[in-house]
Design a protein around this ligand. Structure first.
Ligand code: FAD
Length: 163
């Protein structure tokens, strides 16, 4: 018997995570979404994974483009986290006014983020109502941000805490 859906959500909400924007360049332009499911998978070879709702347009766009970018958000980028999650104004013009540079894969990477990774798609696995995308990291770097954006119990926080 599967756990009650609300209990499951309440339990996993207590797992603190970083926040990233996963981006692609498709035939219709740039796209990106906010994720907390990003994680490092392997050191040798360097692999990462992200889990994307299979109904989200990002799932099709990542599969079609064959690669994706990951921008790890800094503590002052909460507005971008909301925008790329489809909340608030400019949800349909997510890149408006956002400085970015284009990685070798063609994916846009957000400037002023904490770190970035450019990935070739090397695996795609079903995971319930999500798809697990595995990326081989072709290039990575760190950015100008000095604090991390953290998502915990359905709210954003900044680390380290400024006292
Ligand atoms: C802190 C944080 C972490 C997040 N982490 C993740 C994550 O790890 N993985 C993830 O997938 N999302 C995550 N999200 C949610 C994600 O950022 C948003 O859902 C975002 O709007 C997806 O953008 P999109 O353009 O790809 O999807 P959109 O196409 O805008 O779809 C948004 C949502 O609408 C629903 N939807 C779309 N089309 C249909 C349809 N035809 N029928 C029924 N439902 C539909 C889907 O549930 C989909 O996820 C997170 C959000 C936040 C705030």
């Amino acid at each position: 018997m599967a756990v009650d859906a609300d209990r499951f959500r309440d339990a996993v909400a207590r797992f603190a995570s970083g926040v990233a924007v996963v981006t692609t360049r498709g035939a219709e332009g740039l796209h990106g979404l906010t994720v907390s499911s990003f994680c490092a998978l392997s050191l040798q070879p360097p692999l990462v994974l992200v889990c994307i709702d299979r109904l989200a347009q990002s799932a099709d766009l990542i599969a079609a483009s064959g690669g994706f970018g990951v921008s790890v958000l800094g503590g002052r980028q909460q507005l971008l986290a909301d925008r790329f999650a489809g909340r608030g104004p400019l949800v349909n013009r997510r890149f408006d006014g956002v400085p970015y540079f284009v990685a070798r894969s063609g994916a846009p990477l957000l400037r002023d983020s904490l770190a970035w990774l450019d990935c070739t798609l090397v695996g795609e696995h079903p995971g319930g109502d999500h798809v697990i995308f595995v990326g081989q990291v072709e290039a990575a770097g760190t950015g100008a941000a000095s604090t991390a954006l953290v998502y915990w119990n359905r709210a954003f926080y900044r680390l380290p805490v400024e006292t």
